[in-house]
Structure formats: structure tokens, C-alpha cells
Write a protein that binds this ligand. Structure first.
Ligand SMILES: Nc1ncnc2c1ncn2[C@@H]1O[C@H](COP(=O)(O)OP(=O)(O)O)[C@@H](O)[C@H]1O
Ligand SMILES: [Mg+2]
Length: 273
């Protein structure tokens, strides 16, 4: 009965509950830094004393467990396939971050994902009731599951590098998302940039074509420098914000977290009045 009641409450409150904020980190092209940004952003929010759960929502090429250097034996799919409860698949990392891993290399992922989609949405709603932030690391590109999850987030961090191929895939991805639903809360995160002028240049070019061809204004959420220590941290299997807290990428991720928190403060102030 209690379970049923909380489920009804979830449905009534919807995904856009004010108490919690769901950020989907996504991209058009693969390999642009989504997983590293999602993971280190989640840890930066933990540093700000927030209750955060990070969900590996990429069942094709899940790898957050590798980045964290942990070896969980259950994952998001266990909820659907083995009937486990959400609490049973949450990994409590020593940093204070809660984390739901995923399984990798599912040959039948497409068919599977259609069958389990409603259940995964329910899981996200459950998490939104229990955490300040739900961070989703999604699969790159136009996979239906990824698009559906991304569209349900409160904020979408569209990640790209300055490479022309990544930029054109970003444009294509935003175009597809916009054709599904107008006015999505998409913000740009530029990764592996060399300097401030490159940030300005890429942001200006992308925002011009988005405005001109799709009539979309896009905000810049933040940027992360190209930083060798990001790669070192991956080899160490210890997130860069923990292994190299002073490095440029760590400072920039903290800034990104700071801007997420300050825009949230404005939103909650607004709702309080
Ligand atoms: N800021 C950065 N500086 C240097 N290398 C980076 C940076 N971000 C990502 N990388 C490199 O890019 C690779 C892909 O990153 P990853 O987070 O796995 O991307 P995605 O999740 O988008 O596929 C990493 O293995 C790392 O070598
Ligand atoms: Mg990834």
C-alpha cells in the first residue's frame, strides 16, 4: 500500500519535481567526454554536500564502473531482469557518491531497451524522490532509449569538443531532440578546449547556426580544458577531481557545479515566492 501510494505520488509530481534535479549528460558524437564529465560533476556536487546519484544509462558501452575502479556485481538491468529493488543496485562509493552501474555489450540492447523503458523511467522517478541530484550518463547519438531519457531530464548538458565532426553531430542531435519536443532545456558543455578564445569561437559558431536554422538559443553551461591529467586519472581508475583536485579540469568542473547550484537557487527562490 505504502509502495503504491509513493508510486502515485511520483506520477502526480512528475519528473519535474522541485525537490530534485535531473541532469542528462549527452552528446551527438561518442568519445567527447560525457562519462568523465558526468562522474566528476556528480562528485563536485557531493563536495557541495548534495545528495547525488549517478546513473550509467549507457547499456551499450557502460564504463563508469571502470572510471571509478569498482567492480559491482549488480546493475541497472538487474532491476528489470532479476527483479531487484532499486536500493539493491545502488553502489555506495567511499566519496559519498551513490552510483548505479550498467552492463556493457548487450547484443540485444535495442529490443531489451524498448521492453524495459517504462521500468527505467520509474527508477529515475524513484531516485528523484530520494536525491538532490540525479545525473544520467547517456549513450551518444540517436539511440531511442538515450533520446527518451534525455528528453525527460530537467537539464540537458550537450557535450562537444571543438572538432568539426563533434560540432556537426551536436547540431544533428539538437535538431533531432528539438523535432521531438520544443524548448528543451539544453545547455552546451565544451570539452577538451585549449583556451578561452577557442571556447568563444566554438560557442559562437554553434549558437549562430542553431539560431539561424532552428531558431534555438543555446546557453553555455561551462567548459573543460584539454588536460593530460584527465587521462592519467582514467589510468589510475580514480576520478580526476579526486586524484588531481588542483588541475585545470577539476577547477572547471567545480565551476560547472557552482553554476548548476546557483541556477537551482534562483529556481527554488522563484518557487518559494
Ligand atoms: N578534458 C579532457 N582532457 C583530455 N582528455 C580527455 C578529456 N575529456 C575526455 N578525455 C579523453 O577522451 C576519452 C573519452 O572520454 P569519455 O568520458 O569516455 O567520453 P564519452 O563518455 O563521451 O564516450 C577519455 O578516455 C580521455 O582519454
Ligand atoms: Mg561514456
Amino acid at each position: 500500500m505504502v509502495d503504491q501510494l509513493s508510486r502515485i505520488k511520483d506520477i502526480v509530481e512528475g519528473v519535474h519535481s522541485h525537490r530534485s534535479h535531473c541532469i542528462a549528460v549527452t552528446s551527438g558524437k561518442g568519445g567527447v567526454g560525457k562519462s568523465n564529465i558526468a562522474l566528476n560533476l556528480a562528485l563536485a556536487l557531493v563536495k557541495h554536500q548534495k545528495k547525488v546519484v549517478l546513473v550509467d544509462a549507457d547499456s551499450n558501452l557502460a564504463n563508469l564502473d571502470v572510471l571509478l575502479g569498482v567492480n559491482p556485481n549488480v546493475n541497472l538491468l538487474s532491476i528489470v531482469l532479476d527483479d531487484l529493488r532499486v536500493e539493491e543496485v545502488i553502489y555506495h562509493h567511499t566519496s559519498g557518491l551513490d552510483f548505479i552501474p550498467n552492463s556493457s555489450g548487450n547484443r540485444n540492447w535495442q529490443a531489451l531497451s524498448d521492453a524495459i523503458k517504462p521500468k527505467i523511467f520509474e527508477v529515475i522517478l524513484f531516485l528523484k524522490r530520494h536525491y538532490d541530484f540525479v545525473i544520467l550518463d547517456t549513450a551518444a547519438g540517436l539511440a531511442p532509449m538515450s533520446i527518451d531519457l534525455t528528453m525527460r531530464a530537467d537539464e540537458i548538458f550537450m557535450t562537444t569538443t571543438p572538432e568539426p565532426t563533434a560540432i556537426s553531430d551536436t547540431y544533428a542531435m539538437i535538431k533531432v531532440l528539438d523535432s521531438h519536443k520544443k524548448n528543451l532545456p539544453i545547455k552546451l558543455v565544451l570539452n577538451m578546449v585549449y583556451d578561452a578564445s577557442e571556447v568563444a569561437d566554438v560557442y559562437q559558431r554553434l549558437s549562430l547556426v542553431l539560431q539561424h536554422f532552428l531558431g534555438i538559443r543555446i546557453e553555455l553551461a561551462g567548459f573543460i580544458s584539454y588536460d593530460e591529467r584527465v587521462r592519467r586519472a582514467i589510468h589510475l581508475q580514480k576520478p580526476f577531481i579526486l586524484s588531481f583536485p588542483e588541475t585545470a579540469a577539476s577547477e572547471e568542473i567545480l565551476q560547472l557545479a557552482g553554476s548548476v547550484l546557483s541556477s537551482r537557487m534562483v529556481v527554488s527562490d522563484f518557487h518559494a515566492n
